[in-house]
Design a protein around this ligand. Structure first.
Ligand code: 6A9
Length: 783
């Protein structure tokens, strides 16, 4: 029903924006707010990258030459293969100050970012980058290591030409590196200042391909090296270069300040003053000031004193700084898959979404430097406590990505730079697939706190106008789930779109649930009932209900949502369809057998010769409609959503499951799947190792911990036990994440439930693993 043949692509409903005023067009996001957030470190996929929140920006970035085993490597895009000892923001406020430490073998770079609105500056103000380069092998003065090579570039995505400051660049006689002109900020200049003697070379290029900058610089260096035997840029320009790269070479240790000033064409531009203000001692003192303010704000927002030790506090600080410092701005068009057809050219079967911008935090700067819908709800649990305006702006951007059907694409791969990080087969987004509507987690919390007058008057009025504008989109989102993901029974839901024809998967995946390979019914069909989705629907209905109550005078109808809440939180109904009375566990329901396994079989290719073997699923028993007996994160959803009455025996059973070492409990957090599950730590296909089938994930642990906290406050027979388990789980989670950070320099995507809680998967993963900070602070959604 998505594509009527012959219909022009741009009129397809699936790529038609939702018809309502955009949330990001609200007055609260214009004017000073917008200008204040114009420039930032919004290119999280590079080690240091600056851009403005505009589709075609002037972008800045840093490369350097790293040395490993005597070989040279160009560093630029965050890559696991660079094997950096560490990189990440130690402080960042998401606005005008940040400090990052990068450890690359013997070299340590400290990169600081500072923004300033000096008198005379152009739109969005000025900014400075300070780079402090140290080499711990200094004293040996090995020639190759004694000199460091940094490359700072500016590139204009709009294609405007950039001029070199002067033909022979020398820091000692003046500091102008480059200049140019743009519609948004007027004329601008880039200045360099350093007390250390350095040599500067440059190269200019004309290219629209910003995702190829590493190759461009590396290739140019290679050509010059082979011709001249020197590791330096050739001091040459393309005609009308829109990319300028400066190579600054100096003996370690050295320090340099780079200042960007805009609006230099205006009469009162005071360029000299502003450059002075953003370099040298004045810059140093402003950076110190930024550091102090970050620390004060951090203490005030999370009050960790008396809660954790100082080592843990460092990790909490890094979690906050990296989540906020990793916020990016992306612009481009998602690719939307058209209904799966038998067409030959599968890869091409997509239509572009409308060009859209996204301001968002990202799960991982190296592995997944782009927006993910359900991750974002977790990120915002932290970010609203840091900066409510940034939080609302981000949520607004996500809601504006909604199409006419009320659907929001799950993974946002916008623009060439983002695309360059994703293998082709993962790019198209399927319009039949949802993703948990976690934004309701944070909105619900904000609504309750607004009701309790926890915000200032101006914040309250902004939250109200935000909710008023967003409401119609939130309703549409809810309706999208309510209609497209409905189950047979009126109180049941399931993730539609699982593959019921595959013979390769041990258990067909449910990527859109966010829990990828977490086992569900062995044979997907329309009889399925997914517990997690049912609970997300409860959260969504409850949130919409409370928003409509809050906005009462604005004539929203709360009744429909109220009925839905009553239905989905009805303990009896829940128990009828999802509770296994014998074990006290909640389960999915569907067409299922436990008797499945993967077996190597001879490949039978008709016509051609058979070649080799393949791993296929064998089903040893006819599946039946039944509860799907896997204990794990999904089975804890009613507990997470606090549906279980505090006095119920079921609560006691849930605590048993959680604290049982042969099921979910480990010293490092709760396993995603019980050790007793038939699918525990099983591969799904030959190439697909277990992911949500055992390892420990922070987002789910946080929600479970939050419920333990809740039940430890509710009077009842299980109160004391909940409290005990809460304390122990909290300690375990903190200790393990902190230990891993201290040992490896990173927060990780998941933690190994067997090998002493070792971090695994993507790293740095400063998305929802940052929730460890809220765990330290004992900060949970308000109920
Ligand atoms: C693969 C490979 C360089 C998987 O954190 C983002 C998501 C979560 O939303 C989801 O719940 N992660 C979790 O199960 C990572 C998803 C990565 C998918 C893209 C492309 C590129 O590798």
């Amino acid at each position: 029903h998505l594509v009527r043949s012959g219909e022009p692509v741009h009129r397809l409903r699936v790529v038609t924006p939702f018809d309502a005023p955009k949330v990001t067009d609200l007055p609260m996001f214009q004017g000073e707010h917008k200008e204040g957030l114009y420039w930032g470190t919004y290119r999280p996929h590079v080690y240091l990258g600056i851009r403005a929140r505009t589709p075609e920006s002037l972008i800045g970035g840093l490369m350097w030459i790293g040395v490993k085993d005597g070989k040279y490597f160009m560093r630029h895009v965050c890559q696991d293969s660079d094997e950096l000892g560490k990189y990440g923001w130690t402080e960042h406020n998401g606005r005008d100050y940040g400090r990052q430490v990068i450890v690359d073998q013997d070299i340590t770079l400290t990169t600081s970012f500072l923004k300033s609105f000096g008198e005379g500056s152009g739109y969005g103000g000025d900014w400075a980058v300070q780079i402090d380069a140290q080499n711990r092998r200094n004293e040996f003065d090995v020639e190759a290591l004694g000199v460091g090579h940094l490359f700072f570039y500016l590139a204009d995505e709009e294609g405007n030409g950039i001029n070199v400051g002067r033909e022979r660049l020398d820091v000692r006689d003046g500091s102008l590196l480059a200049s140019g002109s743009r519609k948004d900020v007027g004329d601008w200049e880039l200045h360099l200042s350093s007390k250390d003697s350095s040599v500067i070379h440059y190269a200019g290029f004309r290219t629209p391909h910003m995702h190829n900058l590493t190759d461009l610089v590396q290739g140019t260096l290679a050509v010059y090296a082979s011709r001249m035997g020197l590791l330096q840029l050739p001091d040459s320009l393309d005609h009308s270069s829109n990319v300028l790269v400066f190579q600054i070479s100096a003996k370690f240790p050295f320090k340099m300040d780079i200042a960007f000033v805009s609006g230099t064409d205006s009469e009162s531009s005071k360029v000299e003053d502003r450059v002075k203000n953003l370099t040298g001692e004045l810059l140093d003192s402003q950076l110190k000031q930024g550091q102090r303010e970050f620390e004060e704000k951090f203490q005030k927002s999370f009050s960790l004193t008396n809660k954790v030790d100082s080592q843990s506090m460092n990790v909490g600080r890094a979690a906050m700084a990296n989540l906020v410092g990793g916020i990016g701005y992306f612009y481009g068009q998602s690719k939307i898959a058209l209904a799966r057809s038998s067409s030959q050219n599968k890869g091409d079967n997509f239509v572009p979404y409308w060009p859209a911008e996204l301001y968002t935090a990202v799960p991982s700067r190296s592995f997944f430097p782009r927006g993910f819908l359900w991750d974002e709800g977790f990120h915002q649990l932290l970010i609203w406590r840091w900066d409510i305006h940034i939080c609302l702006d981000i949520i607004g951007h996500w809601l504006d990505l909604m199409n006419a059907d009320g659907w929001i694409p799950r993974e946002q791969i916008l623009g060439a730079e983002a695309l360059s990080k994703v293998p082709e087969e993962f790019v198209p987004q399927h319009p039949s697939n949802g993703n948990p509507p976690t934004l309701f987690l944070i909105l619900h919390d904000l609504v309750r706190r607004t009701k309790r007058n926890e915000f200032s008057a101006s914040e309250t009025s902004e939250i109200l106008s935000f909710l008023d504008r967003a409401f119609i989109r939130l309703e549409a989102w809810f309706q999208w789930f309510n209609t497209t993901q409905a189950g047979k029974d009126k109180s049941s839901f399931y993730w539609h779109g699982r593959d019921s024809t595959t013979t390769r998967e041990l258990n067909p995946k449910t990527l859109f649930s966010g829990l990828d390979d977490y086992p569900r019914a062995s044979h997907p069909n329309e009889d399925e009932r997914h517990l997690d989705l049912r609970c997300w629907m409860l959260l969504a209905a409850d949130c919409l209900h409370s928003i409509s109550k809050l906005l009462e005078d604005r004539k929203h109808d709360a009744k429909e949502y109220h009925m839905m809440v009553e239905l989905l939180s009805d303990f009896e109904i829940l128990n009828q369809i999802h509770l296994d009375k014998a074990s006290g566990a909640y389960y999915d329901y569907g067409n299922h057998t436990e008797k499945v396994r993967l077996r190597w079989q001879e490949r039978t290719t008709s016509g051609r010769e058979t070649s080799g073997r393949e791993l296929l699923r064998e089903v040893l028993e006819t599946p039946q409609l039944r509860l799907v007996p896997h204990v794990g994160y999904v089975s804890l959803f009613p507990f997470m959503m606090k549906i279980i009455p505090p006095e119920s025996w079921v609560l006691g059973k849930q605590l048993d499951l959680i604290s049982n070492r042969s099921m979910l409990w480990t010293n490092y957090g709760l396993r995603s799947l019980a050790k007793t599950s038939s699918i525990y730590m099983k591969r799904n296909t030959e190439h697909d190792p277990p992911y949500w089938r055992g390892p420990i994930w922070m987002n789910m642990n946080y929600l479970i911990l939050s419920s333990l906290h809740h039940y430890s406050q509710e009077e009842g027979p299980y109160q004391a036990r909940a409290s005990m388990i809460y304390k122990e789980l909290r300690q375990n989670l903190i200790k393990n994440v902190v230990n891993n950070y201290v040992q490896t320099g990173y927060l990780w995507e998941q933690y190994d439930q067997t090998k002493e809680g070792k971090g695994k998967g993507a790293h740095p993963f400063t998305g929802w693993t940052s929730l460890v900070l809220l765990i330290m602070a004992e900060a949970f959604p308000n109920h």
